[in-house]
Ligand binder design. Structure first.
Ligand code: SAH
Length: 346
């Protein structure tokens, strides 16, 4: 029997072993092949020298390995590295690697463009092109791992281009491959998925893949205000969103992260801070304040540092866990869609 083609970038060790078994190969071949691909920087079956030559030839005919190419790479003075990856069909997506003292976080994309049309987001302004395949998501991790010092990626966040829960099946498949316990790229507990708040998909993910951390982009504290910034709020208003979040299975001591992009005169008032405290008090929460990254063409502004700190202090005075996300890689346009915009001359 000739098995159907698989993409070795998007399978788990177990799946690969099952596929190889159908071809009469022992299960440990899956580990060998995936070690080459995930950890030894080799995508070409012909170069997998611990496999017999006929098997290498057979794999080349019956399996694929998704491969992204680096269209652009820029490194910030602060060490942040931004990658623009070219996909097989010519489209591009970004990933950003952010090294810190105690960790190195990779931010990956899940779609080319986005359908959700949030008014403050440059990806949204560019419209939707297509979903990424699971292999294209996983390969962002693999390619970055190959080029950064010591392959250091301790944390992974789905906060790049696209809405991960709008590409549900591919994202879950990618999560399974990335966190594959037999040969992990990143451990499940070190992965954060950020969503604009697709409530039914959050409920599905709570069943299918509750091991990861969940982050929700809130950005508004009333339905009216949030819907003006994020049209998704019309389909799933705050009440519905919070209902979905209340079902998320949090292990002891863990929290859901609420991201809140601060825009001057839009959602940064003292009353907003008070409402934010009340809204997020319904579940164990961390509040992550993100001062708006200004981009040409978007009609919003970053509040003053003083205002950002004032907002933070109000939230903090209610004994809530609150942090301010510092912008990294500003000199290389590392924020939200900027590099792709520049490279494609959009
Ligand atoms: N679609 C997902 C993940 C991608 S956006 C989501 O909505 O969460 C990742 C984060 O970047 C979100 O919290 C979003 O609110 C924020 N963001 C988008 N544009 C921004 C900008 N111009 N400045 C600051 N943060 C922005």
């Amino acid at each position: 029997m000739t098995p159907s083609k698989i993409d070795f970038k998007e399978v788990t060790t177990e799946e690969a072993a099952g596929w190889l078994a159908d071809a009469g190969e022992p299960p440990f071949r899956a580990r060998q092949i995936l070690a080459w691909i995930r950890h030894r920087g080799v995508d070409d079956f012909a170069a997998m020298t611990d496999l017999a030559k006929p098997l290498r030839q057979w794999l080349a005919e019956h399996a694929t390995v998704t491969l992204l190419t680096v269209a652009h790479r820029s490194e910030s003075v602060d060490g942040t590295v931004k990658f623009l990856f070219r996909l097989g069909d010519g489209h591009t997506v970004e990933s950003v690697w952010i090294p810190e003292e105690d960790r190195a976080t990779l931010c990956v994309s899940s779609q080319v463009g986005c359908k959700l049309d949030c008014g403050f987001c440059l990806t949204g302004a560019g419209g939707f092109v297509r979903n990424l395949t699971a292999g294209e998501i996983v390969d962002q991790v693999i390619q970055v791992k190959r080029t950064v010092p010591d392959g250091r990626i301790t944390n992974l966040v789905f906060m790049g281009m696209g809405e991960p829960l709008d590409n549900y099946d591919a994202v879950v498949r990618a999560l399974e491959a990335i966190t594959d316990t037999a040969s992990p790229l990143v451990g499940a507990r070190k992965v954060t998925l950020s969503t604009c708040g697709l409530a039914p998909a959050i409920e599905r993910l709570a069943v299918d893949f509750p091991k990861i951390k969940l982050a929700v982009s809130l950005n508004g504290t009333t339905d009216e205000q949030r819907a003006a910034l994020m049209p998704v709020n019309r389909a799933f208003p705050l009440r519905r969103l919070l209902e979905a979040l209340s079902k998320w299975p949090l292990p002891q001591g863990r929290r859901i992260t609420f991201e809140y992009v601060l825009m001057a005169g839009v959602n940064d008032s003292d009353a907003d801070a008070e409402r934010l405290v009340r809204l997020t008090g319904q579940v164990p929460a961390t509040i992550n304040l993100i001062p708006f990254n200004e981009c040409p063409g978007l009609p919003y502004h970053r509040p003053s540092r003083q205002q950002v700190e004032r907002f933070r202090d109000i939230v903090y005075s209610h004994h809530r866990v609150v942090t301010i996300r510092e912008s990294r890689g500003q000199d290389i346009l590392a924020a939200c869609g900027q590099l792709r915009e520049q490279a494609e001359g959009a």
